[in-house]
Design a protein around this ligand. Structure first.
Ligand SMILES: [Mg+2]
Length: 339
């Protein structure tokens, strides 16, 4: 029921009165027409007692039967983004009507700035690698980028980027340089990981993240934190930063929100399904972060409340239920400061 909880809609209601199996037929409510609903199975109202949920369910049923062209026409009429595959367009239109109806009935406030993150920090590390990494290969972080998304303006407000000097294997492989565009010279001139992390922390504190602003870290998959950062902190003999203990795995959020199988949530697929093209150089950490940020912004526009959904607990990667309270990441501290 994860997706349905997110949508606040019981699936039975979606396929109920509009399914055409001898039940009450409904006309489109896309234009806000109020039509009486006669069939009211108990299951519909069990958890969603306000009649508005039934209205939303009827509208959703209608949207489910629209073709891609019909969806695009409707979105264009509403001055909404028309790019993307059918599932994405469908979700966008459903969300528009859901938000409109809930706002009209005052079940949600039009502005809920005190209940959501103000900022999202998109982080996509680049790390040392070989063409065929042996299973025990220890990846060292060589690029630390951050793209700062303002969730109110839906803009990338600032970026951070520094390269990092690897210590275990200071010489980059040709494969690694080809893949990431990071040269030996770039890492030779770079600071150590603890120094770079310190500058990230200073930068985040300047933005008052976790101090005056609520924020969360967002990554493309689980590995950036559970593998790369975790291993790097061990190698650098520093404490794993508290601000990165919970994060939003956008692949998971994307799959749940647009109902796309997890196998289709790689960066290139997510962009393609949204009708967007990768901008910049793939595997440049900052460009990857900026492209992930573009997806996150589009998801926020489509009404997805991106929530922290994974965490590192006792060194182990675990999932956070979407029912857990929405809390900001803590203020960042310098890597040596014991809390
Ligand atoms: Mg990358």
């Amino acid at each position: 029921m994860e997706e349905e909880q997110k949508e606040n809609l019981p699936r039975a209601a979606e396929s109920g009165p509009v399914s055409g199996q001898g039940q009450v037929k409904q006309r489109s409510r896309l234009d806000g027409q109020e039509l009486p609903v006669k069939a009211t199975p108990a299951a519909y109202v069990k958890d969603f007692s306000d009649p508005v949920y039934k209205e939303i369910a009827v509208t959703n049923g209608q949207i489910n039967r629209m073709t891609r062209d019909e969806l695009r026409i409707k979105l264009a009429e509403l001055y909404l983004e028309t790019r993307g595959v059918k599932d994405v367009l469908r979700k966008r239109l459903k969300n528009y009507y859901k938000k409109q109806k809930l706002t009209q009935t005052l079940l949600i406030k039009p502005e809920c700035s005190d209940t959501y993150y103000d900022y999202i920090c998109v982080i996509d590390f680049e790390a040392t690698c070989e063409e065929n990494n042996p299973p025990e290969y220890l990846h060292e972080i060589i690029e630390f980028p951050v793209a700062l998304v303002n969730t109110r303006t839906l803009e990338i407000e600032d970026t951070f980027q520094e390269y990092v000097k690897p210590e275990l294997k200071p010489k980059l492989t040709e494969f690694c340089t080809k893949l990431t565009g990071i040269t030996q010279d770039m890492v030779d001139k770079a600071g150590s990981f603890p120094d770079v992390l310190q500058r990230v922390v200073d930068w985040m504190r300047e933005k008052e993240l976790g101090i005056k602003c609520r924020y969360a870290v967002l990554t493309d998959g689980s590995w950036d934190m559970s593998k790369f950062l975790n291993v790097q902190c061990h190698l650098s003999s520093i404490e794993y930063p508290r601000f990165a203990k919970k994060w939003i795995n956008i692949r998971k959020s994307y799959g749940n929100f647009y109902k796309v199988p997890r196998t289709q949530t790689k960066l290139a697929s997510m962009l393609e399904k949204m009708g967007m093209k990768y901008e910049g150089r793939p595997h440049c950490g900052l460009d990857d972060s900026l492209n992930i940020a573009r997806i996150a912004i589009r998801m926020l526009q489509d009404g997805c409340e991106l929530r922290m959904n994974e965490r590192l607990h006792g060194g182990q990667l675990t999932s956070l239920p979407n029912t857990s309270p929405l809390e900001s990441a803590p203020p960042p501290y310098s890597p040596w400061q014991k809390i």
